[in-house]
Design a protein around this ligand. Structure first.
Ligand code: SAM
Length: 323
């Protein structure tokens, strides 16, 4: 079996691909109200180019792909890409991170195309607050999208909730209670300091607060082996996870690389480093050359991010690298 091991002994088997920098929302912690300067379409990797990268990466040991953005579902014909990547030898799983607003339209097609799992970002259960946080969106669309995903046969739906002090931290118990009503797997994510909107809330504080509803029993993840630590309230069908990049960094077990929509292969979400693949792809680089570039990017993966030292990436924002 092929294995991709970085300089710190971590096995890299997971590639997150941002398929577009465009988004139909403007979440206050992710993008400025006017959006960000858009990358011309001609500079965005085509589906064929993405597939070529994945073919080489799969030979090196990548077996899991997650499509993200911007908002991946605003890119035309995303199910076609899902189908192309799902058929690549060595790829066991193609999944999606989405804001959910367009899922009602695409959930069934995505399932047919071979998509395995969906993570949906949802930071509030209140309609007016949803509009405030996303600046453009309607809560109803996301809730209908979640329903549509269920109906299409996606069983273990994960909900990503970024917790912001003074903005939505008063809803933590409402979200936790949703795990009784629905089989949602909610993951509370610590806010990373990309935009100066609010303070993050440490996972431990959220955990303690949820304990007022009942004992949180640690449990295994329903699917996947990502950075979240999972718990379950007594008798709940869903689970509650915590992703704590700030208070409990998980860099030592990081298994991922990121490909931006404009073809930079990035070793870390929270660093500005990246290796350009688009130029070589468009200059007919051989599989061997692409392989070497992937190996170079993996070799440059830092031991850990440097948020604690106040070092945040400056060149890319979250909507460009894909979260
Ligand atoms: N549009 C898709 C979505 O909303 O899920 C995919 C892209 S979005 C950049 C991916 C994830 O990054 C979302 O779950 C979002 O909440 C998260 N994210 C964006 N900015 C963040 C920040 N400053 N701190 C923590 N998570 C953030």
């Amino acid at each position: 079996m092929n294995e991709l091991i970085d300089s710190f002994g971590r096995r890299i088997n997971y590639l997150r691909i941002s398929v577009t920098d465009r988004c139909n929302l403007r979440c206050i912690y992710c993008m400025p109200p006017e959006g960000i300067p858009l990358i011309p379409h001609s500079e965005i990797l085509s589906y064929e180019e993405i597939s070529r990268v994945v073919q080489v990466a799969a030979k090196l040991g990548i077996n899991k792909i997650r499509l993200t953005g911007g908002e991946p579902l605003v890119r035309a014909e995303l199910p076609n890409l899902v189908e192309m990547l799902s058929q690549i030898e060595g790829i066991d799983e193609v999944s999606l991170t989405t804001n959910g607003t367009l899922l009602k339209k695409y959930a069934f097609e995505l399932k047919q195309a071979g998509l395995k799992r969906i993570n949906i970002s949802l930071d509030t259960l209140k309609a007016d607050r949803f509009h405030y946080i996303t600046r453009l969106g309607k809560l109803k669309d996301v809730l209908e999208g979640i329903e549509a995903a269920r109906d299409a046969g996606f069983n273990s739906i994960k909900i990503n909730t970024v917790v912001m002090r003074g903005i939505n931290d008063d809803e933590v118990l409402n979200f936790a209670n949703m795990t009784y009503k629905e089989e949602w797997h909610i993951r509370f994510i610590e806010l990373m300091p990309f935009a100066n909107v609010a303070d993050f809330v440490p996972s431990d504080e959220i955990r303690q607060h949820i304990m007022s509803l009942g004992l949180l029993e640690p449990c295994l993840p329903i699917t996947g082996n990502g950075p979240a630590k999972y718990y379950r309230l007594p008798g709940a069908g869903g689970t509650i996870g915590f992703i704590s990049p700030i208070s409990e960094p998980f860099c030592s077990s990081c298994n991922r690389m990121r490909l931006t929509s404009y073809g930079q292969l990035c070793p870390c979400l929270l660093s500005d480093d990246g290796v350009d693949l688009k130029g070589p792809l468009r200059n007919n680089a051989s599989m061997q050359e692409i392989k070497q570039l992937i190996l170079n990017a993996v070799a440059s993966k830092p031991a850990h991010h440097r948020l604690a030292e106040g070092i945040v990436p400056m060149k890319r924002n979250m909507s460009q690298i894909g979260g």
